[in-house]
Design a protein around this ligand. Structure first.
Ligand code: ZN
Length: 384
């Protein structure tokens, strides 16, 4: 006996109800009856030209090579493991594979453990694939579950029995996916084609498959330029925040500078003060012309942009230096702080970048964040 949805074969999870045997291992997703065949979910056909894509910035040679290798392995119906670090451009590395599938009118799903990333990625991939209907499915967003390209949490995969020709699993080693047989089983049964795993830390089972040759591993162990992540400098001062910020802005006047603040309100207030002394602009979730402001900032080469966390991911400005104003503020979380710091030094011409965390008081979160960046640099990068 085997559950057709979660692939469980452990007899102790099978129960006999009034309608027959069912699986209790995946019961939180509804009853899967053992005797009944599960019907593959039927999804709408793919829209014309949905495969057309444009990236925000050009790929490096190493990225390009990996992208093409990955796409051709998928064409040859192989499962692929992309073993790459944060900042290596994971999304960009699978764009070609996605495009090829869409061109063949095949369904692609990008599944991620964390909910907030679904929404961010949905936005990003909509920009990359302007003609495709990109649908995000996660807690709070379940009224629409179909699209040309589906982005969902791993928890939502139970909706898609045998639906996907390509399933991209991001961070399969992260909570809640790690060691969760049910979620792994459901992921497998949602996909009738091939899988791409994206991770910097493949688990034993993946490495076993790599050895067996059933999973092909491609490695990109560097950010595009191979330099370590910039480690933020931390300055703590309860009263001199603004003067310290001005000193920092002056010291880095040859570069574009992004100043992250905890709230829309503070972005506006800080702008009111700073624009008396500097040419600057601000960009928040309430700014309607965000793309335009970003473009203007990028072109200015040494402008100042005050922004909220809405800008923490996905933006690459060559040579940018970063200041997080009130980095200890409760609004910021660790991943966000690491992402903001990671805005610096992303490009080939400017692999270094200056990052300052300006704090009103000491914060264990800021300290943890610095430790993690240092650790990532030690464990992954080849520091010259
Ligand atoms: Zn089951």
């Amino acid at each position: 006996m085997q559950c057709k949805r979660c692939l469980n074969t452990d007899k102790q999870y099978f129960y006999k109800g009034s309608n027959g045997w069912y699986c209790r291992k995946c019961i939180s997703f509804g009853r899967a009856m053992l005797a009944e065949d599960m019907t593959p979910v039927s999804l709408q056909p793919i829209h014309e030209e949905s495969e057309e894509y444009r990236l925000q910035y050009p790929l490096t040679d190493a990225q390009k090579e990996m992208t093409e290798k990955c796409a051709s392995l998928i064409q040859n119906r192989q499962d692929v493991l992309l073993n790459c670090v944060c900042g290596a451009g994971k999304t960009e590395l699978v764009t070609l594979s996605i495009s090829q599938m869409l061109k063949e009118k095949k369904k692609v799903c990008f599944a991620i453990p964390r909910r907030q990333v679904v929404l961010e990625l949905r936005e990003r991939l909509s920009r990359y694939f302007p003609k495709a209907k990109v649908t995000g499915v996660c807690g709070g967003y379940t009224s629409q579950t179909d699209g040309d390209l589906i982005i969902c949490t791993t928890h939502q995969l139970y909706r898609y029995y045998q639906a996907f020709d390509l399933l991209i699993l991001d961070e399969p080693d992260a909570f809640p996916f790690r060691g969760n047989d049910v979620l792994h089983g459901i992921a497998k049964t949602s996909c009738k084609g091939n899988l791409i795993y994206l991770t910097a830390t493949p688990d034993e089972e993946m490495m076993k498959r790599v050895k067996e040759g059933t999973l092909i591993m491609l490695e990109l162990k560097e950010r595009p330029h191979g330099k370590p992540l910039p480690v933020p400098q931390v300055i703590i001062s309860s009263v001199l925040m603004l003067p310290l910020l001005c000193v920092w802005l002056n010291e880095h006047q040859k570069h574009p500078r992004m100043v992250f603040v905890p709230s829309v309100n503070m972005a506006e207030k800080l702008y009111m003060v700073l624009h008396l002394f500097y040419e600057c602009d601000y960009c928040t979730s309430k700014s309607e012309d965000r793309d335009k402001k970003t473009e203007h900032f990028r072109n200015a080469k040494n402008g100042i942009l005050i922004c909220t966390t809405v800008m923490e991911r996905g933006v690459t400005i060559p040579g940018v230096d970063i200041c997080v104003y009130q980095a200890e503020h409760a609004v910021f979380d660790k991943a966000g702080l690491i992402q903001m710091a990671g805005r610096a030094g992303r490009t080939f011409q400017y692999p270094q970048g200056d990052v300052l965390f300006l704090c009103k008081e000491r914060s264990s979160l800021v300290e943890t964040c610095i430790r993690e960046i240092k650790k990532a640099n030690e464990s992954v990068y080849f520091v010259q």
